[in-house]
Design a protein around this ligand. Structure first.
Ligand code: GCU
Length: 336
């Protein structure tokens, strides 16, 4: 109910203020007094590394733009699930959201390539890619949909968790694992030996409890944030996926900033992305400790058989278009 009310008033505000957006911005640029509050949707808690990184970004942005902008971050899916918030960004009701790569994949299929299993070798490799410019052409491709992807946060490496260890593909037989909502994600778990079952992240706990699915796949931070160790205590290090979380921004707002403010915004975002990698690693350790205290077991896995299994999916997605071919090659070239 609370969510619906917040969302309702946001949409109304958007309707009434939508046409005067430019004026408001102009005032803040010249008078340097009126701060434009950028509404940001986030689907996880205030403890999450990405939330912390965005808070820092907001402080710096406000200082460096002399108070022209600051962020108001709504955590815990308060503004809706990631898919719904992408639409709010498109329509300019809010300015920003952090969404998993599969959400943007539904606007442009080429995005599947950066969310392929075993594409990145390590966090270091992923960091190199996110701080390089190899993804820029892909990121610019959503402009016609009303938003731009201005960068990517890491969400670590995803692993399978359920009621028993998963150390080889045959262990997954008949096991339904929740995956993020995209064809690529479903195929990934199917190739790995199980049954990929797309659904929203918020539904996983109950679905496992009720036996609709046997487990999920996610990183340690989310595993603990959502207390999934209570319903799926075996976390097996398949490390099969390092899916980027994309920072999406309303196109009209983003390209409406003065060149000076846009530069500040972009430079700060790059630093924020780098910083989030550091915070991420610290949070993984903390999360693991909490999970173990609550009875979870972390199991090491030989990933080679799983890597072999998903090769057809890598080939299929890398060859979707010239863009995916180039990005696949460029990303692999940055591997350590
Ligand atoms: C991770 C990721 C989120 C995503 C979630 C999911 O937590 O950071 O962006 O929503 O996984 O599995 O849906």
């Amino acid at each position: 109910m609370k969510k619906i009310l917040v969302l309702g008033s946001l949409i109304l505000m958007g309707m009434f203020t939508g046409c005067s957006d430019d004026k408001k911005e102009e005032k803040s640029e010249t008078a340097k007094v009126k701060t434009q509050v950028l509404k940001v949707a986030f689907n996880q808690s205030e403890k999450h590394p990405q939330y912390k990184a965005l808070e820092e970004f907001s402080k710096e942005l406000e200082t460096q733009t002399n108070g022209a902008y600051k962020l108001e971050i709504s955590p815990n899916e308060l503004l809706g699930d990631q898919r719904a918030t992408a639409e709010l960004v498109q329509n300019g009701v809010i300015q920003m959201s952090i969404v998993g790569n599969p959400v943007v994949e539904s606007f442009n299929k080429d995005f599947a390539v950066i969310g392929l299993p075993y594409l990145y070798d390590s966090l270091e490799h992923q960091k190199k890619v996110f701080l390089s410019d190899v993804l820029d052409p892909l990121f610019k491709s959503t402009t016609s949909s009303g938003f731009e992807v201005i960068g990517a946060f890491t969400a670590g490496a995803r692993c399978l968790y359920t009621n028993k260890p998963m150390t080889q593909p045959s262990d997954l037989k008949g096991y339904k694992f929740r995956v993020m909502q995209s064809d690529t994600m479903k195929k990934m778990v199917d190739y790995m030996g199980g049954v990929g079952t797309p659904m929203g992240q918020g539904e996983v706990y109950t679905a496992v409890q009720q036996g609709v699915i046997e487990g999920g796949e996610n990183n340690e931070v989310t595993y603990v944030d959502l207390k999934h160790y209570e319903i799926a205590p075996y976390f097996s290090y398949t490390n099969h996926l390092m899916v980027p979380d994309l920072i999406i921004v309303n196109e009209k707002f983003y390209n409406g900033m003065t060149p000076e403010n846009k530069k500040i915004f972009d430079d700060l975002m790059k630093k924020t992305i780098e910083k989030e990698f550091e915070v991420w690693s610290e949070n993984v350790e903390i999360a693991k400790k909490i999970a173990i205290e609550n009875g979870a077991q972390f199991i090491e896995v030989d990933i080679k058989p799983f890597q072999e299994r998903v090769k057809p999916l890598q080939d299929e997605v890398a060859n979707i278009s010239d863009m995916t071919k180039k990005i696949y090659t460029d990303v692999r070239a940055l591997a350590n």
